[in-house]
Write a protein that binds this ligand. Structure first.
Ligand code: FES
Length: 104
């Protein structure tokens, strides 16, 4: 299992255990993290799984162009540390990553 940390829109800090191979979005929604609506079910189309990466001790996999394209149309402005959590696979590399949930 891989520990991930989420700061919910309310400021509440949540630590969850994620299973390698699932997406960060899937792990967060199963754990009931607030603010990740994931309306498109992980198809990289809705941007309601948008988070800011606050800390990434081991780094994160690079973004692919589909993720960048969708982020450009988010309700909230895309920032340098913006990611769509449905496009990040859980692995040992991302253990300890802290995500700020944008909320919708
Ligand atoms: S769940 Fe829709 S873009 Fe990630």
């Amino acid at each position: 299992m891989t520990k991930l940390i989420f700061i919910e829109p309310s400021g509440n800090r949540r630590e969850i255990e994620a299973t390698p191979g699932e997406s960060v979005m899937q792990a967060a929604t199963v754990a009931g993290v607030e603010g990740i609506d994931a309306e498109c079910g992980g198809s990289c189309m809705c941007a309601t799984c948008h988070c800011l990466v606050i800390e990434a001790p081991g780094g994160l996999p690079a973004m692919e162009s589909a993720e960048t394209d969708t982020l450009e149309f988010t309700a909230e402005e895309m920032r340098d540390n913006s990611r769509l959590t449905c496009q990040i696979a859980v692995s040992d590399q991302i253990a300890g990553t802290v995500f700020q949930v944008m909320g919708g």
